[in-house]
Design a protein around this ligand. Structure first.
Ligand SMILES: [Cu+2]
Length: 169
């Protein structure tokens, strides 16, 4: 709902500014369209995960088939400020690396707590969301069966237990 409203605003601005500056409107339109059609992986199965003003994913246990295309839709229904209670979904290749990854990301505020250096250790991640926001990411589940840990890299959240498991089976 909210995303659609935002696109409308961008759209209106683009159209309005086109009246006085004919060269301007083409640019804002393209990204808006690209964003709107981003979930192009039509065959991906959607898994909804809720978060709020707590350090939990609901559900914290999800599953996928090996190689399955999955879209995680993360929703934040809380009210606290994003800086304190922002959340993301960060799926790790190796659970044993979680502590190190969380520590590096905690200081990466400029990149929404995803440190550039840890990206090779991740299978998928969303942007950081605050109250009322939603983020999504589409990825291919690993071919290898097993449990894959996902964590929130907002500072302190993983340490306080914000984690879940994707079981590939
Ligand atoms: Cu969090």
């Amino acid at each position: 709902m909210r995303a659609a409203a935002c696109l409308c605003v961008v759209w209106s601005i683009a159209v309005l500014s086109g009246v006085s500056a004919p060269a301007a409107p083409a640019q804002p339109r393209t990204p808006a369209l690209a964003a709107a059609s981003a979930p192009a992986a039509a065959s991906a199965r959607v898994i909804q995960i809720q978060t709020a003003d707590h350090m939990k994913y609901i559900p914290a246990a999800i599953s996928a088939a090996p190689g399955e295309s999955v879209t995680i839709v993360l929703t934040h229904t809380g009210k606290m400020p994003k800086l304190a209670m922002g959340h993301n979904f960060v799926l790790l290749k190796k659970a044993s690396e979680a502590k190190g990854i969380a520590e590096k990301c905690a200081s990466a505020r400029d990149t929404e707590f995803i440190a550039e250096s840890v990206k090779p250790q991740l299978l998928a991640y969303t942007k950081l969301i605050g109250p009322g926001e939603t983020a999504q990411v589409t990825f291919t589940a690993p071919a290898q069966r097993g449990d894959y840990l996902f964590i929130c890299t907002c500072p302190g959240h993983f340490a306080m237990g914000m984690k879940g498991t994707l079981t590939v089976k």
